[in-house]
Structure formats: C-alpha cells, structure tokens
Design a binder for this molecule. Structure first.
Ligand SMILES: [Zn+2]
Ligand SMILES: [Zn+2]
Ligand SMILES: [Zn+2]
Length: 154
C-alpha cells in the first residue's frame, strides 16, 4: 500500500469515527495505521512490537487490547479466531454498508481476503442454525485456504 493510500484510508476512518460521534485519538489512529500497513494479520503482541518499530514509542499490551476493542466496534478492524490475530478492514474506503464478512485465510503465508458475505449465504446459514434449534450469535465466517501464490506449481 502506498503512503497516499494509507493516509486516505486513515482519513476515511477518522471521518467514520466523527460521524459515529466517537473519538479517533492519536493512539487509535497509530494502531490502525500499523494494521493497515501490515500485509498479514497481527497478534496484539506483534502489534505492540511493530508500534514500537514504527513510532519509536512504547505502548502497553493493555492499551492495544482496548484500542482493538474500539476499532472492532467501529468495524475498522476485524479479529480472526483462526489464529487470534487482527486485520484492518479492507472495506474502509467503500461506500456500501459493511454487512457481514467472509474471510479467506491462506494457511501458508497468512494473507487474508475479506469479501462481503452474499445475502443468500447469510440467509441459508441463519436458517440452518435455527433448524438445528440454535440461534445465531455471529455469522462471522473464516475459511482456511491456500492463496494463488502459495498454490503448489505443477
Ligand atoms: Zn470489514
Ligand atoms: Zn467494499
Ligand atoms: Zn498464501
């Protein structure tokens, strides 16, 4: 990602927060920047390390966790249960409603693709769940995959 793309994504995030009436503090912005700049998802502790590398400034893991909670609520960041890591939303700059996402995670290189979950899929998942006598808490969907670059060459 180019520095221009990074800064325009951060500007959009700032705008999203101000229209939601929440504060986009400098620390929140910096944590988001580290995640946007990272090509792969990061754990909270990896974030602490990278934050220090980027800004030559310490941040405590507790603060990172609190900031991540905030960023997740605003849907600027997502948590992957697959590896307990965090990724910046790839749709920050989009105008469409965020909706539910489906994550393709490469088990080799860790790259993640986030796509909007089609309405039909969400509908049939919800239906399956209720047919089984359960009610859906979150349709967050993660799929373990192999990306194109990691696919074995034949
Ligand atoms: Zn997203
Ligand atoms: Zn989008
Ligand atoms: Zn891969």
């Amino acid at each position: 990602m180019s520095p221009e793309q990074l800064s325009s994504t951060v500007q959009t995030a700032k705008h999203i927060c101000s229209s939601a009436g929440v504060r986009f503090t400098e620390k929140r912005q910096k944590v988001l920047e580290v995640l946007i700049a990272s090509p792969i998802p990061l754990s909270a502790y990896e974030l602490v390390d990278q934050y220090q590398v980027h800004y030559k400034e310490e941040i405590r893991a507790m603060s990172v966790y609190r900031i991540l909670d905030f960023l997740q609520e605003e849907q600027l960041v997502h948590k992957l249960n697959f590896n307990n890591k965090f990724i910046s939303c790839s749709h920050i700059q989009c105008c469409h409603d965020h909706g539910m996402s489906q994550f393709m995670i490469c088990t080799e290189c860790g790259q993640v693709e986030e796509v909007a979950m089609p309405k039909e899929l969400l509908h049939s998942l919800t239906q399956r769940v209720s047919e089984s006598g359960y009610s859906m808490v979150s349709p967050h969907l993660e799929l373990a995959c192999i990306c194109h670059s990691c696919e074995p060459q034949i």
